[in-house]
Write a protein that binds this ligand. Sequence first.
Ligand SMILES: [Zn+2]
Ligand SMILES: [Zn+2]
Length: 376
Amino acid sequence: MAAGNHITVHVAMAAVVCWEAGGGEAVKVEEIEVDPPKWGEVRIQMLFASLCHTDVLCCHGFPVPLFPRVLGHEGVGMVESVGEGVTEIREGDIVIPTYLGECRECENCRSEKTNQCQTYPLQAFTGLMQDDTSRMSIRGGGQKLYHFLSCSTWSEYTVVSTNYVVKVDPRVSDFPLSSFLSCGFSTGFGAAWKEAKVEKGSSVAVVEGARLHGAAKIIGIDVNDNKRMKGEAFGMTDFINPRKHSDQKSIPELIKELTGGSGVDYSFECTGVPALVNDALEATKVGIGKMIMLGAGTQKSVEIDFVSLLGGRTFKYSVFGGIKVQSDLPIIIRKCINKEIEKLDELLTYEVHLEDINRAFELLKEPDCIKVLIKF
Ligand SMILES: [Zn+2]
Ligand SMILES: [Zn+2]
């Protein structure tokens, strides 16, 4: 079974497997085998992982229904073994697996306009490694398992291409919470920093990344009043709970009232709910407003109100908040070390062990829940 100098065996370990679309009973902790890493890959022993709404969508077959599948795309772990050709990452390194790569050479990597590498793209549609094979199977020579987003972090061991891996300085405070940097936090932070390029004094609806970039007004919108405090910890200046307004005003109307009638410079839409996507677009300024969509819904398409578009507004979808994985993610990690970014702990609501993953899904449904950390 030897596959490289340091690698001798397949590893049998526990992982969360979704067996069919629908989640619930279909999500089980299984004993699986994880193959040694091939050329340019590393095998990672996961230390912590976390839950993101995209994992829930994956259980419902998003973006492609491939089952059985090892779930999870947020996490942090330690490199257990390296494949041939791996030079910059060593055994024992602490790393974050991600779902976008960065070759630094292709047209897109050389452009400041996008984080979508052409060579190492979003691995969302095949459920396999780039060589179109899987590294995971049910224990005992059983069924092959699909990967999720080049990560499959809800597994005691996972294999990831080094192009989709970023080293983490273990000095990062609240080390287990660096799991949130692999999707949730960085997506929000990056949306303000890289996608909107929020300027000093501008107005923004939603998002925790805006404070660091000088936005004067940051409006949070949520039907749960308890989210207000969390938002304020991340720089929110105003809060709208649409259910608390008996005057039947729409969300865009309420946002315009708070911004002198014109709307915000930037809005961030994180739900994928069609009505809210339209609200987020309409809430931006005519001509210069930009709506950035970060989330995804269960439906494949969304109808956009043409009247809002006629206002010359921009509608942009952002994967990973526009963060370039190799160039930008280390900057976010450094900001965590030097305390420019704090309060990751404000995002943590619950901790569960891997074997309690079904409980984690239930906890995520609670209205006050932001992040669930998974311990191995
Ligand atoms: Zn995510
Ligand atoms: Zn590239």
